[in-house]
Design a protein around this ligand. Structure first.
Ligand SMILES: [Zn+2]
Ligand SMILES: [Zn+2]
Ligand SMILES: [Zn+2]
Length: 89
């Protein structure tokens, strides 16, 4: 598998990208936990915490919905990560 193969999931993203559905991770807010490294789903705007928090909501969202591409939702962070391809896209 060539590492330069483009991520096929980018073609499935809505244009324009949906706005964030919530300010932070609703799951973390419920538990009173601090969310770390939020990720925003590029498919639907769902906001969830990343794998370095106990909630792992972004990964859970991917499993539940099949949405693969998440964008960093922290100030100054705009990189996109594809859960299917397991790399930055
Ligand atoms: Zn992909
Ligand atoms: Zn969370
Ligand atoms: Zn989504």
């Amino acid at each position: 598998m060539s590492p330069s193969r483009p991520c096929a999931h980018l073609a499935e993203l809505p244009d324009p990208e949906p706005a964030a559905a919530t300010d932070g991770c609703p799951h973390c807010a419920e538990l009173g936990q601090r969310s770390v490294a939020l990720r925003r789903c590029a498919h639907c705007g769902h906001v969830g915490c990343c794998d370095s928090t106990p909630g792992r909501r972004a990964a859970e969202h991917h499993k539940r919905t099949g949405h693969g591409v998440m964008r960093g939702h922290e100030p100054g962070e705009s990189g996109r990560w594809c859960y299917e391809d397991r790399r930055l896209v």
